[in-house]
Design a protein around this ligand. Structure first.
Ligand code: CA
Length: 411
């Protein structure tokens, strides 16, 4: 028995290509025809009902109330890192011990295809960074062709803007094409955006507060992250381009941002930590991190058209990020800004060096100049009826974990 891997000892059958292996155990909020919204953990094609499991007596030594019955994960997240870790380890023990698992199986197991997924977090503040050098350079080359592709501040701090949390959605929810004003040639017009785009990003959920006035040191910042999600920052490029100077993104962004329904814990992702790109010039001391790491998460962007033609459009990776998540947090709080449990941060669009690794249609079509193929259809930007599909997974040896899919249709 002892030389078997955790995966081999898992009582529930989990395909070796499943995103939801026993090494993952991401948290989400779901409901079924017979059950109201509650917290669950994904495993293979199943969901473990944490609320039912709690009611059988599980977790009671560490968790005083059933925090899994609510509509969001926030109450659970607020219990802190030791509790997140304890629940994950308890589930790994449960799933590998027949004497514990089998008597409970019927009560606590649901099937994913019978479940509807909901936004997992009651999101407080939402901040979106701009941390990929390749993405920032591509945008600079397109919009400021005669200057340095990066702004003079870009290599000195993680640039960001404060976004809008009310319009954050999850998988299965549609995005209504926004109307707004933009330039058509020299003319200012009002109408439906003609250049609706995606941004392929990693999102992360804050799990711990710092007090107002007390910055988070960069080498302590990882303790403030509960976990990660896929994030699609839908962007209306025509509206964005006309409005963004001098104060930055507004109506070109705040009509819809999607996050994946399963939150992978920071703990589960640590296995896939890799060194981040070196930083030149060196950064100020408050951003100087002892071990600068990113996660090696392969990120996919696919489109499926109304006519059911589908294609992969780009494959990127969160390991390319120039500014790490910890540096983003240190910078966000260096002036004393306080973070709260349930805040959502996006890394910014993640692009690699190769053309097929660009994380937006803006870059993939070089601002609409080049078409991409989806079956026998062509696209520059999104059309009504298109479904955007983001996926992300990590693999190391036989261990695989992933987010599942984030699907949203343009209407
Ligand atoms: Ca963005």
């Amino acid at each position: 028995m002892s030389d078997k891997t955790l995966h081999q000892r898992c009582i529930l059958e989990v395909d070796s290509n499943s995103d939801f292996s026993i090494y993952n155990l991401p948290y989400g909020i779901y409901a079924t025809a017979h059950k109201s919204k509650r917290a669950g953990i994904a495993i293979g094609n199943y969901i473990i009902d944490l609320s039912e499991l709690y009611d059988t007596g599980y977790f009671k030594e560490k968790i005083k109330q059933n925090v899994f019955t609510g509509e969001f994960l926030n109450d659970f997240i607020a219990l802190g890192k030791d509790v997140w870790s304890y629940v994950r380890q308890s589930i790994q023990i449960l799933l590998t011990d027949e004497s514990l698992f089998l008597p409970l199986k019927e009560k606590i197991i649901d099937i994913q295809r019978d479940a509807t997924m909901y936004l997992p977090i009651q999101i407080g503040d939402y901040t979106d960074f701009y941390s990929s050098e390749e993405h920032a350079s591509n945008v600079g080359k397109m919009f400021r062709p005669n200057g340095d592709p990066l702004m003079p501040n870009w290599k000195h701090m993680p640039i960001a803007y404060h976004g809008r949390s009310s319009s954050i959605i999850t998988t299965g929810q549609s995005v209504k094409r926004p109307h707004g004003q933009y330039l058509k040639g020299e003319e200012i017009v009002f109408g439906a955006s003609q250049t609706l785009d995606i941004e392929l990003e990693l999102g992360y959920i804050i799990g711990k507060e710092n007090k107002l006035g007390e910055p988070v040191p960069v080498n302590h910042a990882s303790a403030f992250v509960f976990g990660c999600v896929l994030l699609n920052d839908f962007s209306a490029r025509d509206i964005q381009r006309w409005e963004y100077q001098p104060l930055g993104p507004f109506l070109g962004k705040n009509f819809g941002t999607a996050i994946s329904p399963w939150v992978i814990t920071y703990e589960a992702l640590q296995t896939f930590s890799v060194a981040a790109p070196e930083q030149t010039p060196s950064v100020l001391p408050y951003l100087a991190q002892t071990d600068r790491n990113n996660f090696d998460i392969e990120l996919h962007f696919d489109i499926e058209t109304k006519n059911k033609q589908a294609a992969n459009v780009a494959i990127s990776n969160s390991k390319y990020l120039y500014w790490t998540i910890e540096q983003q947090i240190a910078h966000h709080t260096v002036n004393g800004c306080n973070l709260r449990v349930g805040d959502l941060f996006g890394t910014g669009t993640i692009s690699g060096k190769e053309k097929n690794s660009f994380g937006s249609l803006l870059e993939l079509t070089w601002n609409g100049k080049e078409k991409i193929k989806i079956g026998d259809e062509e696209r520059t930007f999104l059309q009504d009826g298109d479904t955007t599909i983001l996926k992300g997974y990590c693999r190391k040896g036989d261990i695989r974990i992933g987010f599942g899919e984030l699907r949203n249709t343009i209407i």
